[in-house]
Design a protein around this ligand. Sequence first.
Ligand code: PEP
Ligand code: MG
Length: 556
Amino acid sequence: MDETLQGVGVSHGVAIGPVRHMGTAALEPPEERIPVERAPQEQAWARQALEAVAADLRARGNLAGGEAQAVLEAQALMALDPELGADVRRRIAVGSTAARAVHDAVASFRAVLAAAGDYLAGRVADLDDVRDRTVARLLGVPMPGVPDSDEPYVLVAHDLAPADTALLDRTLVLGFVTEEGGPTSHSAILARAMGVPAVVALPGATSLEEDVVVAVDGSTGEVVVAPSPELRAELRRAAEERRSALASASGPGRTSDGHRVPLLANIGGPADVAAALRAGAEGVGLFRTEFLFMEDSERAPSEDRQVEAYREVLEAFPEGRVVVRVLDAGADKPLGFLTPADEPNPALGVRGLRTLLDHPEVLRTQLRALGRAAEGLPVHLEVMAPMVADRVDARAFAEACRSVGLRAACGAMVEVPAAALRARAVLQEVEFLSLGTNDLAQYAFAADRQVGAVARLQDPWQPALLDLVAAAAGAARETGQGCGVCGEAAADPALACVLVGLGVTSLSMGPAAIPYVRSALARHTLAQCGRAAAAARAADTAEEARAAAHQVLSGE
Ligand code: PEP
Ligand code: MG
C-alpha cells in the first residue's frame, strides 16, 4: 500500500522523483584520539577532503557565474590555505582524527578572523561553510546546503531561506517538500517562481528516507511515498492533461464580460523573465530586488551592477508595466550588512522601508540605478516601497524618489494593516497601492509566515484579510488610483476572482499560476466576482469563505 502524507499544496503540478534532503550543518566530530601510526592516513584524508571541497566550490562558482563565482572562488582558497593545512596536520600528529582536526583548526582561524574588523569578520560564515563541507565529507554525512546530485530530485527540507536556494540548479529540482512554512513562506514563493510543484507544512517531511521515490501533488498537498508504477502513470497523465488545457488559453486577463485585469508576474531577477514571458505575463507586478543584494554578503551591489540587472528585466517588457520593489531587507530576508543582528522581534523591527530610511544612501543608489536602467526605453517603470505603515512613510518614500529625479510612478505596498485601514491617506502621497497579502496576513493575524504550526492563520481566504483588501481597494477606487495584489493570494484562481470582486485592479503572481488565473477570470463575469467576494466576506472562517465563493463561482 502506498503511504499518503498530507501537507499544504502551494504550487500546482505533480512531481515524481527521489528524495534528496537539504543537508544541515555537519555535527561536531567526536573528540576520539587516534594512535600515532594512523596519523599519516588521517592527514592524507584531511588533505584530500579539503582539496575536494575547494574543487567542488570552484565548480559551483563556474556554474553560477557573476559575483557568486568570486565569492565561491574566495571560499575555495580558504580551503586550500597553507596555514590551515599545516595546523590540521599538526593536530592530527598529536592524536586528533582528520574531522576533529579540521573542525578545531577552523575554530582557531575563525577567532582570528572574527576579531579582525568588519570586512574579515564578514567572511566567518564562508569559513564555517568550508568547515561544514569538509567535516561532512570526512564523516560521510550529507553535505550542508543544496544536495549534490546528477539526477533530478525532489528537494526535502525543514524550510528554505532565500540564501539556501540562490545556487539551486533549476534543471535538477523537480519539486519541494518542507516540514515548516506556510502558503506564503519563501519555499512556496520560490517553488512558484521556478514553476515546480511544492507541498509545505508536511509533518514528518524531514524523516522521509533519502532516495525513496515520492509523488508530490502541489494542488492537493498530498505526498505519496513509494507510489506504485500504475499510480505514477495515472498522476503524470492527469497533470499533463491539465497543463496542456491551460497552455492553450492566452491573451490579456479579463473577466468573461470583458473587464480588464492585467496579469503580471512576480520575479526575483532576470533569470525569471523567460518563464514570465512564456506564461504570457503582461508585465511585472513585483520585481523582488533582494536576490541581487544577496550576491555579496558584505555590501550592496554597485549602482552599475544594479543598472545592468534592472535593464535586462526592463528590456524584456517593451511598453509593458514593470513594478520594481525597492530592497525589502530584514525579518525573513535578513541582509548581514543592513539588518540589525540583535532585534528581539525582527518581523516587527527595522525591516523593509524602515531599513532604507535608516540607510538613505542605499535607497538613493537603487532609485538612481532604476532611473538609469529605464533611460531611453518605452517601458512603464513603477517603483514601490515595502512595509509602508502610514502616510509619513509614504511621503518619505515619495520624497526620496523625487530627490533623485526619478521619472516613474511611485507606489506603496500595503503589508501592514494600518496602511490598509488608512489607505486613503497613503494615497495622498503615492500614485498606486500594491497589496502584499503575505505580510498583510502575517501582521493581521500575528502569525509568523515561516512557522508551519500557524499556517491556518496565514490562509489568504481569512475573511479579516479580505476585509483589509476591501478597505484598501475601496479607497483606491474612490480616488481613481490603482490597487493591485502581488502577494500569493493572487495565485489562487478562485481567490483571484474574489480579489477582483473586491475592487483590485491588477494581479501579480508567480508565472506558473498565470494560466490558471487567466482561465478562472475568463469563466466569470465581474458581477459574479463581486457576489463571490461578498459571500466570502460574510463567512467567519477561511474554509467557509472558500466554500461560499466556490459555490457562487460554480453557479450552484
Ligand atoms: C507580501 O508580503 O505579500 C509580498 C508580496 O512580499 P514578500 O513575500 O516578498 O514579503
Ligand atoms: Mg512582504
